[in-house]
Design a protein around this ligand. Sequence first.
Ligand SMILES: Cc1cc2nc3c(=O)[nH]c(=O)nc-3n(C[C@H](O)[C@H](O)[C@H](O)COP(=O)(O)OP(=O)(O)OC[C@H]3O[C@@H](n4cnc5c(N)ncnc54)[C@H](O)[C@@H]3O)c2cc1C
Length: 672
Amino acid sequence: MPTRRIFLKTTGQGLLAAGLSLGISETASARAAEDPESKPPAEKTGSVKWPYPIAYGKETVADVDVVVVGGGNAGCWAAISAARKGLKVALIEKGNPEHSGCNGSGVDHWQFAATNPCCTVAPEVLAQDAIDARKGYINGISRFIKSYEGWDRLQELEKMGMKIRDDEDEFKGAPFRDEKTKLLFAFNYRDNSVIRIWGTGLKPALTRECQRLGVKIFDRTMATSLLTEHGQPGNRVVGVTGVNTRTGEFLIVRAKATILTAAKPSRLWQFVDKLGISHHKPPVNSGDGFAMAWKAGAMFTMMEMSRLGTDPGVGMTGACSFATWYPCTLVDSNGKQVPWVDTFGNPVTSMDARFQAPAGQKRFFGGGYMDKSPGYKDPHTLDEKDIDAMVKKGELTLPLYADLPSMPEHERRVIFGLMVGQEGLTWIGYRTLARSGFDPNKDLLQVYRYHHTPDIQTIPLDGGGLVVDWDMRTNLEGLYAAGEQAYGTWGCNGSCSTGHWAGRKAAEYAKGISSVQVDQQQIQNEKKRVYAPVERASGVHWKDLENGVAKVMQDYCGSTKNEENLRIGNKWLGELNENEAQKLHARTPHELLHTLEAANIIHIGQLVVNSCMARKASSSMLNFVRSDYPLDDPPEWHKFVTVQQENGQVKVGELPIGYAGPLQENYLKNRG
Ligand SMILES: Cc1cc2nc3c(=O)[nH]c(=O)nc-3n(C[C@H](O)[C@H](O)[C@H](O)COP(=O)(O)OP(=O)(O)OC[C@H]3O[C@@H](n4cnc5c(N)ncnc54)[C@H](O)[C@@H]3O)c2cc1C
């Protein structure tokens, strides 16, 4: 038996790891010691000359068949599948697609690959069960695409160079390994639909493939608006504008088809200056695609859905017992185990029972994705409120620790060696812990529990977005959406497979279009808007504006909502838009990027608040509580509520939950 050490209590170096989990990055001196390029702090302070040539106002114009906005998972795949059809494709990415987006630094599991050779569930059954678990509040179209095509995308990624199998037999004999295919499965060892992957190689592989296919990549470029025929919202989308975040140069892309893949907004309710933009998602995913589409008249749904956010600084980097860390045992300060329960609240007493549904439960999906769906929850350690109750009664003593040493060897190694090392964000913790001497065979790792504040909400990965049809086309002709940009669509597989689908559908559409006309006045108006902050000698700083929006959202659109509060919130957002947003000031292209993001965040606030006003009923499935309409999802409100802008007004509509028709039949008919 290894001797257990409580890591943070016994090694001084562990404090660095603690700092990381609190969102405080490595100290300047620690960085300087490691990084030979790093300059001493004294040389880094003071006024530094902007290192890139400034080219405000200078135009680059590109003519393509398909333009993709956002080079994350969905965007790279959309570009790849459109380019494979022989079309001219441009990809606009705010950062560098090699390491941008939610999985820019890595990813550890590929969900719902139902056609993989070891999966014991038929793709249509797996997709339908997930839809039923959410009572229909999910994107049925993307669910079916993901379930049927996820394995195809994963095999292609393998050919592109990403590792998906345990070729070195590191986990030979493990209960989660298929000895023939050498695939490793996660969470539910009976269904085998979730595959553990070495996802730090994902984005580099996709970027190489885009380059190989000749996709024109505009990196370090923020897309700022959608161009519409005759410059009118609601008309056919004919391209995109953008601004280079290093030089400030203006980009105009004329395109026969446009695909939005800029992911869900991450920064609406929370902003803390001292900690920076703190969120577990990439801060550049500020929701620009949502703001651009909202202004262009596109239709959204489920934007009233939110979840408790995390207090700034407390991210997903630390130890826990779900997702990357599933099925890790947690113990309290005295070594007492935090109980595990199943979906019915019954105790889960054996390790094996953590990997299978108990009698009476049809399915669980893993990763905590159905934690609000009674009857479909994963076996799990107690919910936070139950842990709190035990702590208050003195039955558990804080802090809690992840007890890797007590885990079976394969599980311990696959959590700490593979998953933590490959997942976005956590690999930084992995590297730091490894360098600091952390030994998973001996050491406990402190759990930094989420410190929820009811008013700090977040738009969840599985939340709202653009309404799409079976082509992943929005209500606007020429405009497609994939990945998190579409409502109820998320996850690595979900984004990759819908990106691929949207790319091929947009390409088919573009092939039928001879040319498109952009409206010069619309372009000039956008240029004026984009450069206004750098033309002002002084003005409002983007941080102050973003902080203000967050405060409005916290005060008037927190976890419990009502009409009066929402109405006041909407008024404040309108005033911020008309006043402070018109006085924004930026000194560099980098500040200009944040300034334009902050201005977009106001529109996302308006989109959310108006969606919240439109649903006049509560819904536990949407985490939506209205104190003035407390009934939970009454039959007359069991539908998708839609919002869009028309003639400067918010137009509310609805779609039946089953609007996508018979899903399997339509999937097979539309897959091409
Ligand atoms: C830390 C973390 C770990 C995760 N781990 C897993 C996992 O293990 N398994 C799983 O299934 N799911 C996981 N998820 C969820 C999954 O990664 C996401 O749902 C999925 O990657 C979203 O893909 P996307 O293409 O929609 O968005 P992203 O991949 O985030 O891409 C969006 C892209 O748009 C770009 N962009 C934004 N605004 C603009 C603009 N104005 N102009 C140009 N470009 C812009 C961004 O830079 C970014 O590259 C994880 C998410 C996070 C945050």
